[in-house]
Design a protein around this ligand. Structure first.
Ligand code: ADP
Ligand code: MG
Length: 257
C-alpha cells in the first residue's frame, strides 16, 4: 500500500533522513522508532506529502503521492505530534470542519463526529472551546479527526504523548482492531512501550538512518538481549541516562562564588 523508496531529506546540506526504504501493507502495524532528532517526524512529513524528499519517492498503491495529492489524502488519516488545533472551536465543530473539508455529507458527518466524541469520552466537552481542553483531550479529538473519513492508511506521530493511562490502553486496542480491519498503520514513537505488543514490524532509526528492520521478537533474538528496550538502547547507542542524571545533579551542586 505505502512504499518508501530510498527516501532522503536534507535541510540546508544537513541530512535529516538518509536512504529510508520500506513497504507497509494493509493490516500491518509498522513501528517507526528512534530517539529525538533521529528523523521520525521528517519521514512523516514526507509520507503525508507535506514536504518532498530531496531524493527517492513515496508511493501509494504504486503511484507517486504528489501525482494526485488530494486523492492520496482522501485515503490518509494523520495524527500530528503537536496538538495544534483551532482552539476557538469546540471538539464537535472541529470534527465538522475537518469532515466538510473532506467532502463528507452533513448528516452522516454529525452522527459520526458525535459518536466518536462519545466513545473517546469527550461527550461532556463537545460544545466547549478546545482552548479549555487538556493535551490528552486535544489528542483524542485529533485521533477522531484522523478516523472520520475511514482512511486506508493511518499515520500516528507519537500518539501517546499526553494521553492518560485509560486512553492509551484504548488507543493500543484501537490499533489492533484497525489492523484487523485491514488498515495500514505507521506508528511513530521514541518509546518502546506498546510497540512490542502491537507492531508486526519495527524500524529503528538513528541519526536519520535505518539501523534495524525486523519483527519485535526477531530483534531481541538477533541481538541476544532480553527486551526490545535494551535492543533499542543498543542500536541507537543511547547515552547512559543514569550517568547523565548524576552529572546533572553534580552540575547543580556546583557552588556559585
Ligand atoms: P524526530 O521526529 O525523530 O525527533 P525530526 O525529524 O524532527 O526528528 O528531526 C531530524 C533532524 O532534522 C533533527 O536534527 C532536526 O533538528 C532536523 N530538522 C527537522 N526539521 C528541520 C527544519 N525544518 N529545518 C532544519 N532542520 C530540521
Ligand atoms: Mg518528532
Amino acid at each position: 500500500m505505502l512504499e518508501l523508496r530510498n527516501v532522503s531529506k536534507t535541510y540546508r546540506s544537513i541530512p535529516a533522513v538518509e536512504d529510508v526504504s520500506f513497504l507497509l501493507k494493509e493490516g500491518e502495524v509498522l513501528g517507526y522508532l528512534g530517539p529525538n532528532g533521529s528523523g521520525k517526524s521528517t519521514t512523516v512529513k514526507m509520507v503525508i506529502g507535506m514536504i518532498r524528499p530531496t531524493k527517492g519517492e513515496v508511493l501509494f498503491d504504486g503511484r507517486e503521492i504528489h501525482h494526485d495529492l488530494a486523492q492520496y489524502r482522501s485515503q490518509l488519516g494523520y495524527v500530528p505530534e503537536e496538538a495544534q488545533v483551532y482552539t476557538h472551536l469546540s471538539g464537535l465543530e472541529y470534527l465538522q470542519l475537518i469532515g466538510r473539508l473532506r467532502g463528507m455529507r452533513e448528516g452522516p458527518l454529525e452522527d459520526k463526529a458525535r459518536t466518536l466524541l462519545q466513545l473517546l469520552s469527550l461527550e461532556a466537552a463537545q460544545y466547549s472551546p478546545m482552548s479549555g481542553y487538556s493535551k490528552g483531550m486535544k489528542q483524542r479529538v485529533l485521533i477522531a479527526a484522523a478516523l472520520l473519513h475511514d482512511p486506508r492508511l493511518l499515520v500516528f506521530d507519537e500518539p501517546l504523548s499526553g494521553l492518560d493511562a485509560v486512553t492509551s490502553r484504548l488507543f493500543k486496542d484501537l490499533l489492533v482492531v484497525l489492523a484487523e480491519e485491514g488498515k495500514a498503520i505507521l506508528y511513530i514513537s521514541h518509546v518502546m512501550e506498546v510497540v512490542e505488543r502491537v507492531c508486526d514490524r519495527v524500524i529503528v532509526l538513528a541519526k536519520g538512518k535505518v539501523v534495524a528492520d525486523a519483527a519485535p521478537r526477531e530483534l531481541t533474538q538477533l541481538m541476544e538481549l532480553p527486551t526490545l528496550e535494551s535492543v533499542f538502547a543498543q542500536l541507537v547507542k543511547q547515552t547512559d541516562t543514569m550517568t547523565v542524571a548524576r552529572d546533572v545533579v553534580d552540575t547543580m551542586k556546583v557552588l556559585h562564588d
